[in-house]
Design a protein around this ligand. Sequence first.
Ligand code: NDP
Length: 326
Amino acid sequence: MFKALLLSQVEGKTHAEVRRLDVADLPEGEVLVDVAYSSLNYKDGLAVTGTGKIIRKFPMIPGIDFAGTVAESASERFKPGDQVILTGWGVGERYWGGFAQKARVKADWLVPMPTGLDAKQAMIIGTAGFTAMLCVMALEEAGVTPASGKVVVTGAAGGVGSVSVLLLSQLGYHVVAVSGRPETQDFLTGLGAKEFISREEMSRPANPLESQNWAGAVDVVGGSTLARVLAEMQYGGAVAACGLAGGFELNTTVMPFILRNVSLRGVDSVSCPQERRVKVWERLAAAMPPSAYAELGCAIALEEVPQAAKDILAGRIQGRLLVNLN
Ligand code: NDP
């Protein structure tokens, strides 16, 4: 028997309850994992509260990521005792996920734990931190270097934002943080942010071209914020867009693209190819300073997930929330 957060639909509404399940209840898969930690991401907030039609088949165990130890394996790639990480692939959306003490999944979805990381650290990073590194790599691949100019991060006090601030600062970039919560400035300064802009200011309607402020940008907000970021990019700059916390629409013009050679890079973590995943986790293990984990994340129990899901959608979570399944 093991403990899991199970979502069901009652009269069209999503209902979340911690239940005891049998290992035989788990879906088929090649690898059974004893989950040590999962984490709460924005998408989990949508799933657990039933806000975003993330889940179409009930009952469902949510949790889009987890880290733990292989208990049984029918795959040659993994053996009992191996430490593994899973993010994305529709786990916690279409397939039973990480808000449980056990998970049975396809071997192809798992990444071996990189040297230097443990399960707790891996989930303090989680999908949000994995996505942050994908954004950093997208900027690097577009030729943005610390010498190119300032880099702006929107939604900076949230999961993807805070890890992006940390990683970019560690890599030597001058990071400007955009946040709607002035009370998070000490936290963001601790992660390496050098300057601050309010959410309000950054989401004001923009002219097609504004003054050239940014060599690079990581945007988790979308909507009018992304429109302003694009208008403020300097010549040859690049924006890594991965989120929609402020809205999924984008009303802008072609001007930044055709007059300033700006590029807009989409970033997806769910279907990221395996080879790139391994590279991303290796880079995360190397780039994350050991002292940052305590600053970035705090742990909650499975029973606290339903309330935390509401909090993340309301923008009340600072940094990362770890879900402890031990
Ligand atoms: P968090 O809730 O932790 O962070 C989002 C942050 O955005 C908040 O902390 C807040 O930052 C800001 N924000 C929230 N609401 C608004 C609003 N209405 N207007 C402007 N800013 C707002 O979520 P995550 O970091 O987990 O995810 C962020 C986004 O990235 C989500 O849209 C998520 O779906 C997406 N995402 C995409 C992935 C991909 O593969 N493409 C993977 C992971 C996440 P502050 O208080 O500092 O202003």
